[in-house]
Design a protein around this ligand. Sequence first.
Ligand SMILES: [Cu+2]
Length: 267
Amino acid sequence: MNSLIEASRQLLGLPVLASKHGYEVDKFIVLVHWLMIVLFIGWFTYFVYALFRFSAKRNPKADHTGVRNHASNYIEVIVAVIEGVLLFAFAIPLWAQAVAEFPDPKTSTVVKVAAQQFSWNILYPSQNAELKGQDPVFPKQEFKWVAADNPFGVDKKDMEEKKCLQTLNELHVPVNKPVIVYLTSKDVIHSFKVIAMRITQDAIPGMMIPTQFTPNTVGVYQINCAQLCGQGHASMAGGRLHVDTQEDYDKWMASKTKSGGAATSFE
Ligand SMILES: [Cu+2]
């Protein structure tokens, strides 16, 4: 079964996969495609058959009785059963697993992401050494502090004291460690999509929605906006997820926060 799934992944040309749970998503995509292929071949064959069988030449007089057997009913029931199996045996368990295995923030890389027209703002929690291994601590935030140069509405002084890093379009995470992204938006509805991680989550103004994944391959991956959000929508594909080795990640973080506080960087 697994080699058949793998062969199908290759045949469908599914994109690069770099997260732990992603294979299960691919498996589901493959199964849905198999069903679609079978339906396509079935319908197309019937279409060609109908062109000849019911041509005006062969049937000069209309038949008002129509279909006399129940083949189409049986086929519909079979297709519905297969769709039910896909939903209850694959899709729902996949989702239930993602919810049940929500990682512990203490042992995860936790970031807040605020989407805006047309980029991704990323806020890291306090990098103070004494806080490592504890629940992430973010700077104080207020709606009234939100401004063009302060998308998270943070208290800048508090941010400096807590050594919190803010970046633009550049999300670094260490490999093989769960990542929790708390998503929101500053303006309209966006959608945070990292294809290589097989995650997509809407970013909605006024809400803070968590999404999670565990990257398992070092590399640089594109962050896309999957919700048409305005004229510059396409440029949101400029977001980059850097999956680093723990060593490289520590180096990057140190280089950004070494200035001793003012750890805000807008690149
Ligand atoms: Cu967008």
